[in-house]
Structure formats: C-alpha cells, structure tokens
Design a protein around this ligand. Structure first.
Ligand code: RIB
Length: 304
C-alpha cells in the first residue's frame, strides 16, 4: 500500500449555499450553512486514505471542539494523526466557503492553529517522512515550513507533490528544485508565474515557466475542462468527464491526493486520468471531506 504523508492545514468549513456571490457593498441571503470538515491538507489526507492509501498527517488544530472533530474525522478513515498537534489557546482553522448553484466557490480562510506549525514540528515528526513514499504539501501553513518539508523529503529521496494553494506571488524560487510534481489550477498558475492563463497557449507557456524554475512535472487543473500535463519536452491535455457539478469544494485537493496515490514517478498520464475520475465524483457532491469517494465507490460509480 502506498505510504503518503500530508503536511498541511485542517479547517472547519462553514459552507454556505447562495444564489450568487455578493458584489462590492452588496448583501445577499444565503440558503443553507453546514459545518463540514475541510482544510486543503486534511482533505488530501482524507482522500488519499479513503482511496486506499496508508496515510499520515502532520498539522495543527486548536484545543477546541472543532479541532477534535477534524482529527476524529481523519481517524475514521484510518489516517495516522499522531503528527497533528493540539495548540493551547489558539482556535482551529476555519474556512468560509460560498457556493453558487453551478458549484463554483469562493473561500476565505482564517488560519488559526495552522499558522503554528513550525520546522520543529517537522523535526519532531521526521520519522513520518522517513516512513513514507510520497509527501504532499500545500500553502495554508507557513511558507518556511513548506520549504523545509520539501527539502527534507527530497533529501530522503521521497516523491514531493506540491499543491500551491492558496497561491502567493513571491513563492520562493529555491523550493522548486525539490518538487517532483506541482499541481496549480489556472488561477494559481497565473499568480505563481505572473502570466495570463486565459487560453491553452498561455497555460502551456506559464507551465513551462515552472519547469524552468525546477519543477519536474506540472499538472495544471482546468476546472470542468480537465487538466494538462507539462514536462520539459512534452505536454498533453486530458479532458474532464462532463458531470453536473453542485459543489467544487475540495475537487483540487482530491485531484492532488489521487494523483499522489497513483503516481510512481513515471506514470503521470495514468495518475492524471485516475485523479480526474475522483474529482469528477467530488464535484457532484456537497462539501469538502463529505464529498470524497472510497475506492469501492470509484469502481462502481455509474457516471463513467
Ligand atoms: O480546497 C478546499 C478547502 O480550502 C476547504 O475545505 C477550505 O477549508 C479551504 O482550505
């Protein structure tokens, strides 16, 4: 069984269905509000475990009931949560997720305890890096910790998968040399590179920038249009299955987790197809971790 370590965030999502996003100065009435376990890191850990991986997570929650709920939810799918610290006097991370009827979302994250992960926490849990095959990391935790994790994982010859979400403009260039796979969506690709990503040519040009910076493989997700694989000397587009999306929350996280689970260093095409199938299911269901299919559901899903 593939051993995956996720280093990253845990958030309690306040998931709000609305008929349209409010504009500047506008108030809109929401339809429903649900509390759903989320956080990009926790979503990835949950997805990788539910799809059949042997998964550990390093992260932090507050010493409050949300923190307990988030850790318990991961334990339900057998994620090893021994690397998740409970920080006294700091609230667990929260996310406010607005979802329009077509499934698109806008998210505001209050980092809370996710900000408290430091490099010492990584050293303390270095056995989890030693024990895994693949390390997944995203950007809802301090960037110096992201850099440290990538470096320590690569030093140990692990496959490093970086989901650069939420993207930052001044992403440290020296991290790229440790990254095997980077998986931005179109918006994140634009922010990371300063390039437009309006059409296929733009996306390819921006992806090549990340390759020039040192990433070995770029997998850019393009929402309902699918994904594109970009390497030094090739690229390939992968169309997405057409489905009725109700909520795209965590679709990117699940894509990353599924890709990491399937990827052996040499089979990007297969891993993208597998990840695309998982994301296609996720967007037809509401919420973050609540939308993630098991490997059995994936096999039996009638949408394919
Ligand atoms: O990617 C989706 C996730 O982003 C949500 O679950 C929310 O917690 C934010 O981290």
């Amino acid at each position: 069984m593939k051993k995956i370590l996720v280093v990253g965030s845990l958030n309690m999502d306040f998931s709000i269905e609305i008929s349209k996003f409010p504009r500047n100065g506008e108030t809109v009435l929401g339809k429903t509000m649900s509390l759903i376990p989320g956080g990009k890191g926790a979503n990835q850990a949950y997805a990788a475990a539910k799809l059949g991986g042997n998964v550990s997570m390093v992260g932090a929650v507050g010493d409050d009931s949300f923190g307990e709920m988030l850790v318990s939810n991961l334990q339900l799918v057998n994620v090893d949560t021994s690397g998740i610290a409970r920080i006294k006097g700091v609230p667990t991370g929260n996310a406010f997720v607005m979802i329009e009827p077509d499934g698109n979302n806008r998210i505001i994250v209050i980092q809370g305890a996710n900000k408290c992960i430091d490099c010492k926490a990584i050293d303390k849990n270095i056995r989890l890096i030693d024990a895994c095959d693949v390390v997944i990391v995203q950007l809802e935790i301090p960037i110096e910790v992201v850099a440290y994790v990538c470096k320590e994982a690569k030093r140990r010859n692990k496959i490093v998968v970086l989901d650069p979400a939420p993207a930052i403009k001044n992403f440290p260039l020296d991290i790229f040399k440790y990254v095997d796979v980077i998986k931005p969506n179109e918006t994140e690709l634009a922010i990371l590179t300063g390039h437009e990503t309006e059409c296929r040519d733009d996306i390819l040009a921006a992806g090549k920038v990340l390759i020039q910076r040192g990433a070995k493989v770029v997998v850019a997700t393009l929402g309902g249009s699918g994904a594109v694989l970009i390497k030094k000397d090739m690229h390939q587009f992968f169309p997405a299955k057409k489905v009725d999306a109700v909520d795209t929350t965590a679709a990117g996280d699940c894509f990353t987790a599924a890709f990491a689970l399937a990827f052996n260093g040499n089979n990007s095409e297969y891993a993208i197809k597998f990840a695309g199938r998982v994301s296609s299911i996720v967007v037809t269901r509401k919420g973050a971790q609540s939308s993630i299919p098991s490997s059995a559901e994936l096999l039996n899903w009638s949408g394919f």
